[in-house]
Design a binder for this molecule. Sequence first.
Ligand SMILES: NC(=O)c1ccc[n+]([C@@H]2O[C@H](COP(=O)([O-])OP(=O)(O)OC[C@H]3O[C@@H](n4cnc5c(N)ncnc54)[C@H](O)[C@@H]3O)[C@@H](O)[C@H]2O)c1
Length: 271
Amino acid sequence: MKEKSQFENKTVIVTGGAAGIGRAVVEALAARGALVYAADINEAGLKAITDSVPAVIPVKLNVSQQQDFQQVIDQVLADQGHLDIIVNNAGIGLAGDFNQTSLADLEKITDINYWSVIYGTKFAYAQMIKQGHGHIVNVSSSGGAMPVPNQSMYSGIKHAVLGFSHSLREEAAHYGVKVSTVLPGMVQSDMWDSAVNVKDYNLKKSMENTGLKPISAHDAARAILKGIIANDRSIIFPRINRVTLWFYRLMPNIFTRLFVTPLAKPESATP
Ligand SMILES: NC(=O)c1ccc[n+]([C@@H]2O[C@H](COP(=O)([O-])OP(=O)(O)OC[C@H]3O[C@@H](n4cnc5c(N)ncnc54)[C@H](O)[C@@H]3O)[C@@H](O)[C@H]2O)c1
């Protein structure tokens, strides 16, 4: 009941809202009375979500296209007059030996996972400052707060998202705008299947080899909504991930030797 009143009639944009964590966030927000725009490049996924939740407004958007992103936000403002929350969630995986990774793939993941967060934040922030309120929710990763070998570029970008968002949070508070950063651990989604694998690397296999059990996208969405309500600086889930990041922050060298270095072995990625 309490959660519902928090999101009722709020105008929200969720990027990457057609699948995985984004879709679960869209559904959870719509169920709590928010007016949700699901922005995604995947038209079939957008159709599937509006078939099951007709109140959701689908928007075809490639988040790496600056002008298209600006137009979407302008259109939402023209229609609704305000924007309460943006969840910059769209992202892709890129895994394998950095030395073997093409510059094209490095630029692609930077455009989708980094620049989209900057565009979404920049355009929404200007409006939220005018309004004197709003909440920017940027999705990083546990890999944005600890090293992830064979996903160096992904991890590096997620670190950048984290540093950017934590820094902006302090500036934004002076305008009444909130900024939260999401650090998911392993969540069930298609991201590992659809990731760009360099050469014969197999991200899905390497994630399975960790032995960790991913949580559902719906559990992830619940944690994200709870963190939005609490205006958490960092929204970290599941609980094991809190312990992991705490351990890494406290003893980076020991943690790395025990848990990170073994993952860097090429055989950890292959069947
Ligand atoms: N699944 C995990 O274990 C996990 C862990 C940590 C962080 N994350 C982060 O959570 C976010 C969501 O991941 P997910 O697991 O739900 O992945 P997913 O692949 O299930 O969903 C990602 C969505 O983003 C969309 N997308 C991709 N490129 C796009 C583009 N250029 N323009 C617009 N939309 C685009 C896809 O179409 C898809 O709908 C990502 O930022 C990811 O890095 C995921």
